[in-house]
Write a protein that binds this ligand. Structure first.
Ligand code: AMP
Length: 452
């Protein structure tokens, strides 16, 4: 199917052409015709599938004839984070460049006065995070009773972030006679309930099973002990052809600490998490996009859904506790048809369980590697090797009749994973010199990482 066949007008087709898109993505091909027919739509799609255009394009098509009234926007797009909202706003400007439509971006951390002024002038499309929207609504700066199209984007993330009561409240202010579009990467029961409550007879479109990680991402796992994690990360970065990368941590404090440490190792790096002022988050993201920063150390919330093209690597400095987060994280690379690589650094203990959960969700074992890139295949049951180094299949068989035993027994640190290369050449004794040798760079950081 071509864009021309979707029912979009010539100005949109021109803007799409300017973007260089030749064909609609599957979510666009499925969703756009139904949205143009004013149907409610539930879209099960991850970021990276072109889902933003799948709701922005028909929204522009349907609203462009009308006129914006003061404080009465005609459509509302709800996003869980400021960055996502900002990204959607950029998409709106890109696709709407040949239309005279207006938008307001209502996110926390930005001046409320400016946002109020914009609303006063009248906007067609509101792109907002729930908190700031409710704030402005409470002050009487917005009326939501002219909303014709409501988009709830990244609904599962809204759930994770505790925004469902806010969404409930917002929807109660929007007229019942409206079109509602809900997008989510996964469909947990709470989101299904939300969709049943807010949407009427929706068309369901789904473009990728929620648990299928990006096919273009080559995944690897490396076991170590917690004291060695930084050294292992450093080693992996040095051995890989890293152009730029997201480095994920589970806690905000760790984000700051790791970014500081990587800086001492002369990497071009910056932290990004939800406690940073919005202006700094925006600048950091822009620097990363521009290539002024090569490594972005971040938390899940800050990086969720960020669309940065051509990210070569994702490093999970911490294995995510929630297996869905693993899929979202590694989906930051391998976008737009490019190949990506994802490395996860795991330590025996809780990670054994988290890795098992991830492997269950993605339905395959993540290849276990050692520094030096060699694959442990077939995985040897070495002395000191945790169960988790065995592939899913082996573990399943061993578990038969054991119940949850595996998780209870104390596991030895996977020292081998860091200390031996493929030829088993490293001994446990000479850690410092090993770390110097293993990268092949000695103390030097590759030139593409040097700070400018
Ligand atoms: P999204 O899933 O909305 O985050 O989109 C991911 C990326 O796909 C964005 O960078 C879009 O610019 C890009 N994109 C959207 N639609 C298309 C298309 N039809 N062809 C090629 N790229 C697209």
């Amino acid at each position: 199917m071509s864009f021309e066949e979707l029912g979009l007008g010539p100005d949109l087709l021109k803007a799409i052409g300017d973007c260089g898109y030749t064909d609609p993505t599957p979510i666009q091909a499925q969703a756009i015709p139904s949205i143009l027919m004013t149907r409610d739509v539930v879209g099960l799609a991850q970021t990276g599938t072109g889902k933003t255009a799948s709701f922005i394009l028909p929204m522009i098509e349907m609203l462009h004839g009308g006129r914006a009234k003061a404080r009465m926007p005609r459509s509302l797009i709800l996003e869980p984070t400021r960055e996502l909202a900002a990204q959607v706003a950029v998409n709106f400007d890109t696709y709407g460049k040949y239309h005279k439509m207006t938008k307001a971006l209502l996110v926390g951390g930005e001046s409320m006065g400016e946002q109020m002024k914009l609303l006063e002038r009248g906007v067609d499309v509101l792109i907002a995070t729930p908190g700031r929207l409710l704030d402005l609504f409470g002050r009487g700066s917005i009326l939501l009773n002219d909303i014709k199209i409501l988009v709830i984007d990244e609904a599962d993330r809204m759930l994770d972030m505790g925004f469902i009561p806010d969404i409930d409240k917002i929807v109660s202010f929007v007229p019942p006679m409206r079109q509602t579009l809900l997008f989510s990467a996964t469909m947990p029961p709470e989101i299904k309930k939300l969709s049943d409550k807010f949407l009427s007879n929706p068309k369901n479109v789904s473009v990728a099973p929620p648990a299928s990680p990006a096919e273009n991402v080559d995944q690897s796992l490396i076991w170590t002990n917690s004291k060695e994690k930084r050294r292992v990360l450093d080693g992996v970065i040095r051995q890989e052809d890293v152009k730029n990368a997201f480095v994920f941590c589970n806690r905000k404090r760790e984000v700051d600490e790791l970014a500081r440490w990587l800086k001492t190792q002369k990497y071009s790096v910056a932290p990004m998490h939800g406690d940073m002022p919005q202006s700094l988050r925006t600048k950091t993201l822009q620097d990363f996009k521009d290539g002024a920063i090569k490594l972005l150390v971040c938390s899940d919330v800050a990086a969720r859904g960020l669309d940065v093209q051509a990210v070569s690597h994702v490093f999970n400095y911490d294995v995510p506790m929630n297996p869905d987060d693993y899929i979202h994280r590694i989906g930051r690379t391998g976008r737009a048809g490019l190949k990506g690589r994802a490395w996860s650094i795991a330590t025996p203990g809780d990670d054994t369980k988290y890795v098992a959960n991830i492997e269950r969700l993605i339905n395959k074992a993540i290849p276990v590697k050692t520094l030096g890139g060699s694959e442990k295949s077939p995985p040897a049951v070495e002395k000191n090797t945790p169960d988790a180094e065995k592939p899913v299949q082996n573990r399943k068989e061993e578990q038969k009749g054991k119940g949850r035993e595996r998780y209870k027994k104390p596991v030895q640190p996977a020292e081998q994973a860091v200390k031996t290369n493929n030829n088993g050449e490293r001994s446990q004794g000479h850690r410092k010199s090993e770390s110097e040798n293993m990268s092949g760079f000695g103390e030097d950081v590759p030139f593409f990482f040097k700070e400018k």
